[in-house]
Ligand binder design. Structure first.
Ligand code: ADP
Ligand code: MG
Length: 542
């Protein structure tokens, strides 16, 4: 680097820096590479991806967010696109492939405009205007649905799961999902934390079922404990009922038999005190997130307290909400006022494993979906499908707005933006038109993924969608189709989020004209971008 002029930045040796058009072209290439890699997964005819992580674990999925999560990308913009899918997943739980494919297309068309000497800031402004108008129009074409319209909610769940491997059990799974959401819903309000999802490989997908209450993949710690408790008084304790070695070591060193006895006495005395605290509180059920030692187990059993140990933190929170019990982090603080209740707590065997049911919870409605399936792979993909379906059903109960599938809203908004662009006079007009064109990527990809010729079918689609906002691509029937009366419906919120997030991501990337990346010192295997001093740009993303 030359030292003339005023140095503004001092970079460490080995730092890479690309500026201006090069940086932009590079970033767009990275984003597009990611979008291209998951494009073939879009829609019910999308292909699944088989992924292996560095530990050799295999995942088979069609889920955009999952595919991207498992991909090991190093380019900062590629990472940003992966984040985009993740935030779509966090916000609305579906549409992760859509958001990435759309962002890639917006950038691809931006590149064309840049080649035509349109300045990136003009494109950014045009995209902003277009995204805003798109939202307005989306709200207009969305239909309203009641929060307890079970029939429609089921269709929403089915559409979301339609592209997953498990869709053959869609009928059963969508019923389970809708029942779960309606069980915990209060008008328009749904907290998905009230729905626990537990997985147990074995049996078949068709054995997946909904359980009232909270199911724990645990058993009572001692065989003398009651496994069937009516009117449970529940203590939720986050401290171990054991004496850590170091705690005692610090107090005495053992040399003689007397000292050993002293040691044992002291230890059991401390354990006894702990158990006494539980008993005195009035609890008959102890649910503990840490360990419970043998002596404590024995004493608890004798005192008529049934206990479970090492419960997951997330489950402890759910238990607290459902039973009204306070999470007690220091056992010595436990008192009667911390206890919660449940009408019935019991243990039952499923697939050779014992599980504990905490049911008839007074404080919050809570349910558990128990996912079954032949192999771990199936159970995991079912888990992802159920996650998507729970999210979309929740979205619709909360928001009450739906659109049809098959890329219908995308092409409808595209048509509208073309008209809107004509009302603009500034230089942004072209960018708005590009935005409109970019939206076509969704129906076009659905067509391509089912083997249709994109040019013919898009011509047909554009014609038929002019006066009908429910017309899209039917990848199953392999034709342009009016989805007005069909079962393929999606939450408007998924589209809303996908369009605004893709637009924002594209704008953000277009504003970058300087990339400074510190050299990777870790030398983590694979990738790495070639020999030092090599061209910084073209990392590979596959
Ligand atoms: P994403 O991760 O974006 O949700 P999907 O693979 O789930 O990607 O595909 C979603 C797209 O597929 C949406 O545009 C949706 O409308 C469309 N789609 C899903 N099922 C059908 C169907 N049966 N007919 C037409 N389009 C469908
Ligand atoms: Mg989906």
């Amino acid at each position: 680097m030359s030292m003339q002029g005023t140095p503004i930045l001092i970079l460490k040796e080995g730092t890479e820096r690309t500026k201006g058009k090069d940086a932009l072209a590079n970033n767009i290439a990275a984003a597009r590479a990611i979008a291209e890699s998951i494009r073939t997964a879009l829609g019910p005819r999308g292909l699944d991806k088989m992924l292996t992580d560095s530990f050799g674990d295999v995942t088979i999925t069609n889920d955009g967010a999952t595919i991207l999560k498992e991909m090991d990308v190093s380019h900062p913009v590629a990472k940003f696109i992966v984040e985009l899918a993740k935030s779509q997943d966090d916000e609305v739980g579906d549409g992760t492939t859509t958001v990435v494919v759309l962002a890639g297309e917006l950038l691809k068309l931006a590149e064309v405009q840049i080649a035509d000497n349109i300045h990136p800031t003009v494109i950014v402004e045009g995209y902003r205007l277009a995204a805003e108008e798109a939202q307005k129009y989306l709200n207009k074409i969305a239909k309203t649905v009641a929060p307890d319209d079970r029939d429609t909610l089921k269709k929403i769940a089915l559409t979301a799961m339609g592209s997953k491997v498990v869709s053959t059990s869609g009928e059963l799974l969508s019923n389970v999902v809708v029942d779960a959401v309606l069980a915990v819903a209060d008008g328009h309000e749904v907290d998905l934390d009230d729905i626990k999802v537990e997985k147990k490989a074995g049996g078949s997908l068709e054995d997946t079922n909904l359980i009232e209450g909270i199911l724990l993949d645990k058993e009572f710690v001692h065989t003398d404990m009651s496994t069937d408790i009516e009117d449970a008084k529940i203590a939720l304790v986050e401290e171990a009922l054991e004496i850590s070695k170091t705690e005692l070591d610090a107090e005495l060193s053992i040399n003689t038999p007397d000292q050993i006895k002293l040691f044992m006495d002291r230890e059991s005395e401390m354990i006894r005190e702990m158990v006494d605290t539980v008993v005195k509180s009035g609890a008959n059920t102890l649910l503990c997130s840490k360990g419970i030692d043998d002596v404590a187990q024995h004493l608890l059993a004798k005192a008529g307290v049934s206990a479970v140990r090492r419960i997951k933190k997330s489950d402890m929170e759910k238990l607290s909400k459902a039973t009204g019990a306070k999470l007690v982090s220091r056992l010595s603080d436990l008192s009667a006022s911390d206890l919660g209740t449940a009408g019935h707590v019991y243990q039952k065997t499923i697939a050779d494993d014992k599980m504990i049911y905490v049911t008839d919870n007074p404080n919050a409605k809570s349910v558990t979906i128990l996912i079954r399936g032949g192999t771990e792979l199936v159970v995991d993909e079912a888990d992802r499908a159920i996650h998507d379906a729970l999210c979309v059903v929740r979205n619709v109960v909360q928001d009450g707005k739906i659109v049809t599938g098959g890329g219908a809203p995308e092409i409808a908004i595209s048509n509208h933006l073309q008209i809107y662009a004509n009302s603009l006079t500034g230089r942004e007009q072209l960018a708005v038109k590009a935005f409109a064109e970019a939206l076509e990527v969704i129906p076009r990809t659905l067509a391509e993924n089912t083997g249709l010729d994109p040019i013919d079918i898009m011509t047909d689609l554009k014609k038929k969608s002019k006066n009908n906002t429910s017309v899209g691509i039917d990848p199953i029937g392999r034709k342009v189709f009016d989805f007005s009366d069909s079962n393929v419906i999606e939450p408007a919120s998924v589209k809303r989020q996908a369009i605004s997030a893709a637009a924002e991501a594209a704008q953000m990337i277009l504003r970058i004209d300087d990339v400074i990346s510190a050299k990777d010192l870790g030398g983590s295997g694979g990738g790495g971008g070639g020999p030092p001093g090599g061209p910084g740009g073209d990392d590979d993303f596959d």
